[in-house]
Design a protein around this ligand. Structure first.
Ligand code: ATP
Ligand code: MG
Length: 430
């Protein structure tokens, strides 16, 4: 029955050879986050549904269509997190982390759940790296998080990632803009998709984010938020751009970037790259100064971004950027007979304890099968142990690439001999 041997639609297994690449990327991200003083936060996979309704916003696609929501056995409405910001903000407030000094800086790696039409780069379970900063309203904070994301892309070696920037203002200036949008889209009702017709009354700015080409055409002629910014929002946006320029970060202003979630204010940005000839957003973020108040607490400015891990990996693979694959096994110890098998195990243990990747046969296979396995796992060296080797206390250690053999002691000097031989070979290969 396929249901038992096939993962649910929109989910992916990450097998060992791939997870090595994830680990490399995670290292890059952790390193960058730590440079900027961000600490890792881990929050639950599920939260109260209300948290997402409140923070992500009732008018968003995520809340309206994409959430995995269910009643638990106690009758509470629970939702699998569709993104990482809400949980991080909830945890920051719950634990009073802001009392320790501002700004508070978190980063996270999370799995996210959205019931979407599964396709390349769009999954139902996917993973994000995210950064969150609370307690700074300053434009330099915007520039710093953008810089962090930029630097992560640079460190991975991905090329052609462009930064698109916009400001969607504050609730005051946006109110006027929303009126202008309603008037404009109201005149183009017949051209809008049914979802956008609904958005027209509830949150017309969402229409700018619609992926349907018809709505896109109408949206292209819509009024631009940038023309409606109040003086404060305008000054903020100018300062963000100035700081980015000072740091040598290139960007383009794209007035149609509004982000998919309701809680954004002022700066919004996306990092966009081409996948199969089409633009795809690999990282999105901005400022959400209204979020904390929305959760019923004293207002506190906040900002951050989330970067899609699967999309980043797709892009790196498409550009043939080499990420390391798994370290090969250093030494495979084959054995013939029970005493040799135990000796092989003991020698492996010596290597394991010294941090050397080693393997021996655990399956009672014949010599031929054991050597085939050594090849398969890419062992750099091999030893064959039999009664003769045990009696002599010595064996041949074979370089699997060159075929060259060198004597290695099976006694006390085993580790020293092993290290001498491998170091000599390394020196020679330079
Ligand atoms: P999109 O417009 O592509 O639906 P979004 O605006 O919904 O994206 P965000 O909520 O901003 O995306 O999430 C941040 C990042 O997470 C995205 O830029 C993307 O890289 C990744 N992401 C979002 N949804 C998915 C998904 N269903 N599958 C894989 N990655 C995703
Ligand atoms: Mg989406």
């Amino acid at each position: 029955m396929a249901i038992l041997t096939q993962a649910p639609r929109g989910t992916e297994d990450i097998l060992p050879e791939e997870s090595v690449q994830w680990q490399v990327l995670e290292e890059v991200m952790r390193g960058e986050a730590s440079l900027h003083g961000f600490g890792e936060i881990r929050t639950p996979v599920f939260e109260h549904t209300e948290l997402f309704q409140r923070s992500v916003g009732d008018t968003t696609d995520v809340v309206q269509k994409e959430m995995y929501t269910f009643l638990d056995k106690g009758g509470r409405s629970i939702t699998l997190r569709p993104e990482g910001t809400a949980g991080a903000a909830r945890a920051m407030l719950e634990h009073g982390v802001y009392n320790g000094g501002l700004p508070v800086k978190f980063y996270y790696f999370t799995s996210c759940y959205r019931y979407e039409k599964a396709q390349k780069g769009r999954l139902r379970e996917f993973h994000q790296f995210g950064a969150e900063m609370y307690g700074s309203a300053a434009p330099l904070a915007d520039a710093e998080v953008i810089l962090m994301a930029r630097s992560i892309f640079d460190r991975t070696g991905l090329s052609g990632v462009s930064l698109e920037l916009n400001s969607i203002g504050c609730p005051e200036c946006r109110a006027k803009y929303t009126e202008a949008l309603k008037a404009y889209f109201g005149e183009h009702r017949e051209e809008l998709c049914s979802t956008c017709l609904d958005r027209l009354d509830r949150n017309p700015m969402r229409i700018l984010d619609c992926k349907s080409p018809e709505c896109g055409r109408v949206a292209a002629g819509a009024p631009r938020m940038l023309d409606y910014l109040c003086d404060d929002c305008k000054a903020h946006f100018e300062s963000v751009k100035e700081a980015l320029t000072a740091a040598g970060v290139e960007y383009t202003v794209n007035p149609s970037i509004v982000r998919g979630l309701d809680y954004y204010t002022r700066t919004v940005f996306e990092f966009v790259c081409e996948l199969d000839g089409k633009p795809i957003t690999v990282c999105g973020g901005g400022r959400y100064d209204g979020l904390i108040e929305e959760l019923g607490c004293q207002p506190m400015p906040a900002l951050g971004f989330a970067l899609g891990m699967e999309r980043l990996l797709l892009l790196l693979r498409q550009q043939n950027i080499e990420l390391p694959s798994e370290e090969p096994c250093e030494l495979f110890i084959a054995s013939l007979g029970a005493p040799a098998k135990m000796a092989a195990f003991r020698l492996c243990d010596t290597l394991w304890k010294s941090g050397v990747k080693a393997a021996c046969d655990v399956n009672d296979r014949g010599l031929k099968a054991q050597m085939k396995y050594a090849d398969k796992i890419g062992a750099k060296y091999s030893i064959v142990l039999g009664d003769d080797e045990l009696a002599a206390g010595k064996a041949d250690m074979k370089n699997m690439e060159t075929g060259e053999k060198k004597k290695i002691s099976l006694g006390e000097n085993f580790l020293d001999d092993f290290l001498t031989i491998t170091t000599m070979d390394e020196d020679l290969s330079f």
